[in-house]
Each structure stands twice: as structure tokens, then as C-alpha cells.
Design a protein around this ligand. Sequence first.
Ligand code: G6P
Length: 357
Amino acid sequence: SETDKGTYEYYMLKEIDEQPVAIRRMLDKYFGDTGEILIGDQILNDIKAADRIYIVAAGTSYHSGLIGARIFESWSGIPTEVHVSSEFAYEQPLLSENPFFIFLSQSGETADSREVLQNVNRAGFKSLTMTNVEKSTLWREATYALPLMAGPEIAVASTKAYIAQVTLQAILAYALSDRIDLDLEQELSKIAVDIQAIVDDKAVFEKVANELLVPAHSAFYIGRGADADVSLEAALKLKEISYVQAEGFPAGELKHGTLALIEDGTPVIALLTQPKTAGLVRGNIAETQARGANAYTITTKALAEPGDTGYVLPDVDPLLAPLLSVVPTQLLAYYTSLGRGLDVDHPRNLAKSVTVQ
Ligand code: G6P
């Protein structure tokens, strides 16, 4: 069954492997026979009528919202903000005149997000929950709800829910746009195939994790644009299951403080999928190497350079690149945890679903 570990030692690896299927299931659910998107007109009209989208979420779901916001702004032209629910609930920013709220939640039960939704409902604003658990609290209490279709996620460290959330936000943004120059259905099918190829390279990431991260006491993920957002998720994944102190941040910020932490052998993993800023990130990598960093790049074919120590992803639309680049970072976290002899699925001090504020 779907909740059976089968031959896997840990759920996390099983769930990483399920990501191509999760995307395909989403394509079946949300695209019709002639390529039309199957999301109700009422939802689309309510969002189109809004002057601003507010995405509210926690943890990994918040990180998927950062990517989603870029896609909403770029494809639908609607200004979009992303907020951590535990902050938004108690320090609500000044809202636009006609806001629309999107709640992202694997479990649909995160208490801080629910607190925000209750405020939103009291104020009479409309909302949409994207969740993996139908009939969950956030599903029931929002104006609209759309399922993530990722199947049960059991490992505490979330993987396939992130992929599903980014995918569903892209599908919604596409439905809201006046036909951007991209065949999203085809692009997502290709991405599912590409993710399969990455997860088939497990041995590569096991080796890199063992050499670069298992012995490390700290590590850095850097990138610009969408890569900066993925670096946050990559660092979160690494720290939560391997206990390596990890930070992810915009590559250009290094020089404003964090560069002081780079020592001989410090792992710096650069995400390089954004053509606009690739040259600048190259410069930032060189700055860390000059201080002794052990640099590793996760880049696309078009942006790879001879002499890179790293992993090369297939080329992909830059806004959708997170769907590919996050996967190596999930596998690096997994094998670092495993290499350190830890219980991958049950990291200390953490819960799968946080129902306290
Ligand atoms: C917990 C989980 C995380 C998750 C976060 C938000 O901290 O350990 O994996 O990202 O809650 O959960 P949600 O179910 O709302 O996505």
C-alpha cells in the first residue's frame, strides 16, 4: 500500500522517489484531454479580481510559496507576497484593498496557519488551501481547496509535498495568465522524466554526502533569485535530519557577513540555474574558494562550465528549475543523515505536523 515502506529503509527515500509520480498524478488531475486546465472558474475569477495574493505557510511549505510567488507574479501579473504563518497571525502587515489568500500546507493542520485563516475568514476575505490532506482543517475552513495529490507523506522531512506545491502553484498561475509562451503540461511531463533521472543517480549523491557533508560541522547553500529560495529549503532539509549547521541565502549577501565563516574545507553548495545571474554567482563561488571553501555546484547544462565540481541538471524553464534543483539537495540531506547513523525519518525534537502555536 501507499503507506508501506516496502524495500526502503526509510520513508524519506521512498517519498523522494515518488516525486515523478506525484507530478504525473497532478497532470492527470489538473489537465483535460485538450490541454485545458481543470480548475473551477469561480476560483480563477476570485483570484483575478484580487489586487494582491498573500501566500501563508510554514516550514517547507513556506519555501515552496517563495517559488510560487515568483511564478504568480511572472505569469499572472498579480503582485504576490509570501508570509510565515506564525508571524502573520500575530503581526499582520497592512493588507491591500482586495487581497486573496493562499494557504499551503502538507498536513492541512498547522496551527499557526489556521490562526491566520480564522482571521481571514472573520475579515470576510476569500481563500484557497492547497493541501495534501483532503478534509483537513485548512481544507474545510478555506473558501476553496485543491488537493496536492502527492499521496501520504510520512517522513518528518517533507519532500514530495514541496514538489507538489510548486507544481500546483505553477498550474494555477498558468490558468490565471493570458497564455504565456510555454506548454506547461509538456514542460511538467519532461520535468517528471528529468526528476526520475536525478533520483536514479543516488550513488552520486551518496558519495558527495559522505565526502563533503558527513564530516562537516557547517555548510552553506547559496544562489540568486529562485535559487536563493531553494537554498533555504536545501539548508532546512540538511539541518533537520543531519544536524549539520546549515544556512541558505542569496549569494550576493555572502560578503556582508557570512563570508567570515568560510574556512578551509567548509562546504559551499551553489545552485546555479538562473541564466540572468549565473555570472554573478560564479563570482561569489570564487570568493568562497579563495577563502578555502570546498565548492560544489548544482547547475543546468546550459550554465555548466568545464572544471566544475558538481552535478549537471537538464535545461529547464528558469522559473520551474526549483523542481529539479531541489532534488539533489534532498538526496544530499538524506545520505548525510544516513552516513551519520541517524534516524532519517524521525529527527530529534521535530514533529510531522505542528498543531501548537
Ligand atoms: C512541520 C513539518 C515540516 C512542515 C511544516 C509545515 O514543521 O516538520 O516538514 O514543512 O510543519 O507543515 P504543513 O503541514 O503546514 O505543510
